[in-house]
Write a protein that binds this ligand. Structure first.
Ligand SMILES: [Zn+2]
Length: 423
């Protein structure tokens, strides 16, 4: 009998290969099965499945696609934050942040009641799953996902080369980066992470190719106007808006020479691909003016739009007159929603608020909307502002706008030549 068991154990061991599983363990379990009356063949299959499951096929983050199950990864926790959420009337803490391996950096969300790893730890995560979230793949950690902190010896070489890049490139660069940028604004706040209070510094920085938000989890004594080289930072995205994140493991050097800072200028369809950005400039044609554009009245208390002199929160109020535009601007490949405040609207339609009020007095709000449509539809605009992406696409909050004077004669001529050239 013993030699029979030994033969089965040999077989199991050969299937499992070098998994670091001891022969004694296999033998002990196998004997227990036999004692229970389990047929040896079945016991063998069961043990292979049990111990074979220990072998992880590691997946690289760059290969993870949305909606995958049973993902096993080895990665480093780059950032870890907590958020309180309400699930069926119960407050639950979830953990979220960024993780990285040698191939990519991805956001994660953990629904486990605990998260047994800290920022900077290298962990093995088993049986995770992926979702698409705001255009990027997100690693999800559920109740049945295993997280194991790895010892020094088990850690694969996660160290990646730091890539030098400009702000415009952070949209397509994975892993640690090095940028040179000017601090355009900075503010300080205190946050609580894992029960300890920590100062974080955030603001906007920029170079000659564009701007990004930043978050520093360490006091580098940064001031507005400083020009810095940040080595070993990461770019993450919120609604398509780039955020440069760095901490005490990053190197920050202050530079003497000043650098120029510019708006990120991109074709409109490219902006839609990027989903968002801080201070971007783009061009497109107005193809639609939304119904709720034109003259509006706002609550003096809360700025909400009011209907029939009533605010949904503050009741009957004396409305404050305002102008706004909501339009679709398109470059022939893709479109964005663009929102203009009173100042931008007045400039674009070349009328001020009192002009608009006069039109409404005589012909009503529809008349004003007609005039606005006649003035703007099919016009090509150059727009500058902040953009963000959500499930409805990209929205641009316009700060500056100008009608681009297209030489129609010339464009028509070019068009004719193109058509004739094709004949
Ligand atoms: Zn109100």
């Amino acid at each position: 009998m013993d030699s029979e068991i030994s033969a089965y154990v040999d077989e199991i061991m050969s299937v499992l290969g070098d998994e670091g599983i001891s022969r004694e363990d296999i033998e002990k379990e196998f004997k227990r099965f036999i004692e229970f009356g389990v047929p040896p063949e079945q016991a063998k299959r069961s043990l292979i499945r049990k111990f074979g499951g220990k072998k992880i096929t590691r997946k690289f983050l760059k290969d993870v696609k949305p909606n995958e199950q049973s993902i096993n990864i080895v990665c480093k926790i780059i950032t870890k934050n907590t958020r309180e959420i309400n699930v069926k009337g119960e407050t639950k803490t979830i953990y979220y942040g960024m993780l990285a391996d040698e191939t990519a950096v991805l956001p994660f969300t953990s629904w486990r009641p605990d998260f047994p790893a800290e920022k900077g730890d290298v962990v093995e995560i088993r049986n995770a799953y992926s979702r698409e979230w705001q255009g990027t793949v997100q690693i999800n950690i559920g109740e049945r996902t295993g997280i194991k902190k790895l010892d020094e010896g088990d850690i694969p070489n996660i160290q990646q080369d730091v890539k030098k890049c400009k702000i415009k490139d952070v949209y397509s660069t994975f892993g640690p980066i090095e940028i040179e940028a000017k601090i355009l604004s900075i503010s300080e706040k205190e946050v609580e992470t894992d029960g300890t209070k920590k100062k974080v510094f955030s603001g906007v920085l920029g170079d000659d190719t564009g701007k990004a938000q930043f978050t520093a989890w360490h006091d580098f004594n940064l001031k507005e106007g400083d020009v810095v080289r940040i080595k070993g930072c990461y770019a993450k995205f919120w609604r398509g808006i780039p955020q440069i994140v760095f901490d005490e493991r990053s190197t920050v050097d202050k530079l003497k020479e000043d650098i120029s800072v510019g708006s990120l200028s991109v074709p409109l369809h490219k902006l839609v691909e990027m989903r968002g950005g801080i201070d971007v400039t783009t061009e497109g044609t107005v193809i639609e003016i939304k119904e709720n554009s034109g003259y509006v009245e706002r609550c003096p208390e809360c700025n909400r739009l009011i209907k029939n002199g009533e605010c949904s929160v503050h009741g009957k109020v004396k409305g404050v007159a305002d102008l706004r535009l909501k339009m679709i601007v398109d470059d022939g490949c893709a479109g964005v929603s663009a929102i203009a405040n009173r100042e931008v609207t007045e400039k674009l339609i070349d009328m001020n608020l009192s002009d608009c009020k006069k039109i409404i007095k005589d012909g009503g709000e529809e008349e004003l909307l007609d005039i606005i449509r006649k003035k703007l539809l099919t016009k090509k605009l150059r727009l500058r502002g902040n953009a963000f992406g959500d499930e409805f696409g990209t929205t641009l909050i316009i700060k500056e706008a100008a009608v681009v004077n297209v030489d129609i004669q010339r464009e028509a001529q070019q068009f004719l030549q193109m058509v004739e050239g094709e004949r």
